[in-house]
Design a protein around this ligand. Sequence first.
Ligand code: CP
Ligand code: NVA
Length: 337
Amino acid sequence: KSVFQGRSVLAEKDFSADELNYLIDFGLHLKALKKAGVPHHYLEGKNVALLFEKTSTRTRSAFTTAAIDLGAHPEFLGANDIQLGKKESVEDTAKVLGSMFDGIEFRGFSQKVVEDLAEYAGVPVWNGLTDEWHPTQMLADFMTVKENFGHLKGLTLTFMGDGRNNVANSLLVTGAILGVNIHIVAPKELYPAQEIQDLANGFAKDSGAKLLITDDLDEGMKGSNIVYTDVWVSMGENNWQERINLLQPYQVNMAALKKTGTPDDQLIVMHCLPAFHDTTTDYGKEIEEKYGLTEMEITDEVFRSKYARQFEEAENRMHSIKAMMAATLGNLFIPSV
Ligand code: CP
Ligand code: NVA
């Protein structure tokens, strides 16, 4: 039995640096196999349930295609398809799904729900995003960073925007575990919660990662290799005007990138997507009408620039989710890590 087999992936804090590095490298390996057309049916005959309370393009598509590439059958269960949380308790749902499926992905609001699913299902449960954490995003993100720089330790990643959202929390803690310096640049009102900071500080002591939380753009951008941002208003929130007022100075634009002082070949921009960088969607048009903005967290110029890596990052969701599912559910020989 490997160190991964049978384990759930609920939050990054449950994994060591060696374990996370293993999954990142395994993702890179599976990407190479996929590109070379080499089959990798580690999950032949398995069934996996994909539960989504919130909408998704990347996470759903990544789990679906990854499962199929691994020889497993994915079954999508949307918010209106099952009784979960309405007519039936999480505990009962978990017991039923766990008796039929070999693994369960859950995307939704509450971290407690994904933890309860894991407690009662008896099979691995993978967190596909909650209000608190987005661990599968982290595997893809640090895989993308490693692809670009060849290593992780000692690099500096600056997240600018809503410092209290799931992606910011996950970047801060994962970077701290992996020894990647993390800067969170946000208005004071949107600094990460104290307990998240404490958790990250604990890990940083071991890894040597330098963590900085600041509302000062010059200080926060300086020396960054990776500039990362995310939407100002996450799924389940609706406080547009308040967020716009707070976050307008914290837009990822060319002037902000300049503040890094980093040579062009040592600087990339990332975004977990979806991004608000133009008004080609109806949603975008509605926001423009109401608030007069055509771009928010990232300018279209930066989004389409030579620094941008968001589409590689999106593709890597599939390769890294594949690595995670194969490691936790497959019968692989993985030497202790
Ligand atoms: N980044 C991400 O999780 O995208 P989706 O919401 O489309 O799954
Ligand atoms: N913070 C965003 C991430 C989307 C992938 C949200 O929760 O909506």
